[in-house]
Ligand binder design. Structure first.
Ligand code: PLP
Length: 864
């Protein structure tokens, strides 16, 4: 496949070659946006993107050290170390590296002569894309976007994978969040066919109105090369907008009177299946199909796919065969504790090269010390020889730090044989040489191979994986869920599911509120508000937060031992020695003269047995909270203590905490706090002779006092999806945590009988069905929810608490939920049971409910 020479890029993209690469024949082969994902440095071009809280130029030295030699940077950007720091590298300066990335992908797309289908819409894009790929794969060699890579950077990366020689069809999804974005995606994808899923009318912050959003989305389909747009004619706004934009359509409908190319009628059939009658008058075709599901979203998604298949005139019998093999698209990555101190990443997304690369990225992000292991089945990728396929797999492993590979399957096991042949022979040739790379790029890689999952399970001893971080990645038919079950720690019925995508979403929401350059400290005290400190901290490190904060040194030490390297502030380090803080690079908040004196004493007599620097400190100023910190009246004494050390005292920041940032009634008080803080900070900075980082705002403050961001803010509960200030658009934050338990048993209670301790729950009005749930106050489920104050959701229906909450269980009334059975899931909080409303019922706040979930409740971390 022809890749452009790097030195020809100015002609293609514009811009100025700051330095030609030493090797004039260097091709631009891989696009690289993230310094943590260097796979193959040879031929990788790094695009230095800049965002509100991110500047790709900072990572140039790190990338250069890793062997990357091609860079596209912003015109006039300061290059760390200057041009001289990058001998032999090629550097191109352009006005916008993002625009250059997109233009390069567009030029690459233009090399492909085959059909390209673009998908957009409010819901179902990813599933429809994945299903179409499943349904069409017998006929086509398809290049498609991995997962939901549909953004301004995701689309160029996806399109870059199109191979004009090999692929026969491209399927790409496009998603936008602001006006003006779709035209850019259309120029990259240049679709010859389009598919519009659904039009959701939910309010969207990036658009003036839903109509504007719809028109913007349809921009994807207005190019001259577009032959047809597949869409459902039952949504009137879509119909009229498509007509107005003169987009050629191919339509389907479920309404008998609606004119359309295809008419579908659905009818419920045997357990969980649906009968479908399809009429395609133009091809004088009438056929019936059985769909292997009954839920509305799946039916809708399947009809979109059927329209494409019928238009291509695939034989109905063949369509039916493929439909029955359609499987739900699992797009979750679950992270959970394993047995013997191991930690599992269970990724159920497709095991092709793109899916494997994404899963390995997730592994690369883990900071846990210890060995990293990959349990991998045969990789499914049509069109590549085994040797080439596994050479590519091998190239992905070092960047993720994999040092042990367990290969399961007939194909992958062949590598063992081939590698042994290779080692035995003196001439390494052809395909054997390529396959052998699976073992040779990293001499430290331990490998073991099994022909089947059964063969692996038969000899499995979970202790052999003690302390390892294990990525489990298998194609569906290998049934790797059995391996996960064997390796995971025992789970009792109650689970706190933490959605890491929602967490990232909330982080970005708060970041958007910050002025450029404002730093972000994130509070991960109290086990990250109950969510799990290591996983949250690890995500924050990946998302490049600037600081973490914990309440006690113990919490900071646990993070360090789990491999977290961000700076960590400790709010209440009082009884701990500075040596301990020093050893773990923890930075104490100093809030009293006693602490300051103790610190200064250590500082003056540098402990010779500790060659590490004295910890940096944060001075806490009390401006009205009346909890911890130096008062304004203390200022003269404080300045007198600081002055003699002004030149070298490592003061990392000055901070204060607002008492009522979330309450408009106290805004005058808050303003007084802020002006006191400004005054005190100015005096301290004058005494020290230099400026210091200043910060005051918590989550509510970030939203309500944008003028008081100073140099940094301290995000807390907002990250976990709770808006303490009630000012955010309710749709702006996503709930992060979901607490679930299961029904242990159901009993029928005759009228007049009582339930539980103290006989407080009484069945008064006739016979009741009572379910016992596997959660009690020892799990953190508050006793105040007893006797009707609380409800849980079972099958989406509310079930009120009956009787008192016990230590390990509680009872709910399920008389009105006849479907409820032992083993069913009961939702305690999460989607449908928002924390603030639940908290209000028992007179507390969301903070308490979150942090009360006890450590014995297993945390499972998911991302999509
Ligand atoms: C907990 C805490 C925060 C974060 O508060 P939220 O209301 O959760 O945003 C900020 N600053 C300090 C000093 C804190 O203790």
């Amino acid at each position: 496949m022809p890749f452009p020479l790097f030195r020809t890029l100015p002609a293609l993209l514009g811009g100025r070659l700051l330095q030609a690469p030493a090797d004039a024949a260097t091709e631009a082969r891989h696009l690289l946006l993230d310094s943590r994902r260097v796979g193959l440095p040879a031929g990788a071009v790094f695009f230095a993107l800049r965002g509100p809280s991110h500047d790709g130029h900072r990572y140039l030295p790190e990338l250069y050290a890793q062997g990357v030699r091609l860079f596209v940077v912003e015109e006039n950007a300061a290059l760390p170390g200057g041009l001289g720091a990058y001998p032999g590298a090629g550097l191109l300066a352009v006005l916008s590296p993002l625009a250059a990335l997109q233009a390069l992908a567009a030029a690459h797309r233009a090399e492909f002569a085959g059909p390209v289908l673009a998908i957009t819409g409010s819901n179902g894009k990813t599933i429809v894309k994945e299903w179409l790929a499943q349904l069409l794969s017998p006929d086509e060699d398809i290049c498609r976007s991995p997962r939901s890579y549909n953004s301004q950077v995701g689309v160029p990366l996806s399109v870059w994978e199109l191979n004009p020689v090999r692929h026969t069809l491209g399927i790409f999804e496009a998603g936008i969040s602001e006006a003006g974005e779709m035209a850019r995606l259309a120029a990259i994808i240049q679709p010859t066919e389009g598919l519009f899923t659904t039009f959701g009318t939910a309010h969207d912050a990036g658009f003036a109105s839903p109509e504007q959003k719809l028109r913007e989305k349809l921009q994807l389909f207005t190019g001259p090369q577009l032959q047809r747009l597949f869409y459902c004619a039952d949504q009137a706004p879509v119909r009229s907008a498509v007509a107005e934009l003169k987009i050629p359509g191919f339509t389907w409908t479920r309404q008998p009177e609606q004119p359309a190319d295809l008419h579908f009628t659905l009818e419920a059939a045997a357990a969980g299946t649906t009968r479908l009658h399809a009429k395609y008058p133009a091809a004088s075709l009438m056929s019936e199909f059985t769909l292997p599901f009954a839920d509305e979203p799946s039916l809708e998604n399947a009809l979109h796919c059927l329209a494409v298949l019928l238009h291509r005139q695939v034989e109905p019998a063949e369509i039916q065969r493929r439909l029955l093999r359609l499987h739900p698209v699992a797009m979750r990555l679950e992270m959970k504790p394993g047995r013997h101190g191991s930690y599992l990443l269970d990724d159920t997304y497709n095991n092709d090269l793109a899916g494997l690369a994404l899963a390995l990225n997730a592994l690369a992000r883990q900071s846990r010390p210890g060995r990293r292991t990959l349990i991998l089945s045969d990789v499914l990728e049509s069109g590549l020889s085994r040797a080439e396929l596994y050479a590519r797999v091998a190239a992905l492993l070092p960047a993720a730090g994999v040092s042990r590979l367990v290969g399961i399957g007939e194909e992958i096991s062949q590598l063992k044989v081939e590698t042994e042949e290779l080692r035995g022979s003196t001439s390494a040739i052809g395909s054997i040489e390529a396959a052998g790379q699976l073992l040779t790029p990293n001499a430290q890689l331990l490998t073991e191979f099994y022909p089947s999952t059964e063969a692996f399970l038969a000899q499995l001893n979970p202790a052999d994986f003690a302390q390892e971080t294990i990525l489990i990645k298998g194609a569906r038919r290998f049934g790797f869920e059995r391996i996960v079950a064997a390796l995971q720690a025992q789970q009792h019925g109650t689970v706190l599911e933490v959605n890491l995508d929602a967490l990232s979403h909330n982080l970005q929401h708060y970041r958007r509120q910050l002025r450029p350059g404002t730093k972000l400290m994130v509070m991960v005290k109290a086990f990250a508000y109950g969510a799990g400190s290591y996983e949250v901290a690890s995500l924050l490190e990946f998302q490049r937060a600037d600081y973490l904060a914990v309440a006690y040194a113990d919490e900071g030490i646990a993070l360090r031992e789990a491999g977290i390297s961000l700076p960590i502030m400790v709010m209440n380090a009082a009884p701990d020695s500075f040596d301990l803080l020093r050893r773990y690079r923890l930075e104490p908040e100093i809030y009293s003269f006693e602490m300051l004196d103790e610190y200064l004493a250590t500082f003056e007599s540098p402990a010779s047995h500790f060659p590490l620097p004295t910890p940096r400190i944060h001075l806490k100023l009390d401006t009205g909270m009346r909890r911890l910190g130096f008062d304004e009246a203390d200022l003269p004494a404080l300045l007198a203590r600081l002055r003699p050390h002004a030149a070298h005292l490592p003061v990392a920041s000055l901070m204060t905490h607002l008492a009522a940032a979330d309450e408009p009634a106290h805004d005058d008080f808050t303003q007084t706090q802020l002006s006191t803080f400004r005054r005190m900070a100015a005096a301290i900075e004058a005494a020290l002779g230099h400026a210091v980082l200043k910060h005051a705002l918590n989550s509510a403050g970030i939203l309500r006092f944008p003028d008081a961001q100073f140099d940094m803010v301290r995000l807390g509960i907002g990250l976990y999806g709770v808006d303490a200030s009630n000012t955010a658009d309710p749709a702006a934050l996503r709930p992060v945590s979901q607490l679930r338990t299961t029904i242990s048993q159901i009993k029928t209670l005759p009228a007049g009988h009582t339930v539980g301790y103290g006989r407080r729950g009484q069945a008064s009005s006739g016979e009741r069905r009572i379910a016992t749930l596997a959660i009690g106050y020892a799990d953190g489920y508050d006793r105040r929810f007893g006797n009707g104050a609380g409800t849980v959701l079972i099958h989406g229906q509310p079930a009120p608490l009956v009787g008192s909450v016990c230590m390990d269980m509680c009872m709910v009334d399920v008389t009105d939920i006849p479907l409820a059975r032992a083993g069913d899931v009961a939702l305690v909080f999460g989607e449908g049971l928002p924390l603030p409303a639940l908290a209000a019922r028992i007179g507390t706040i969301a903070y308490e409910l979150l942090t009360n979930v006890s450590e014995r409740v297993k945390r499972v971390f998911v991302s999509e």
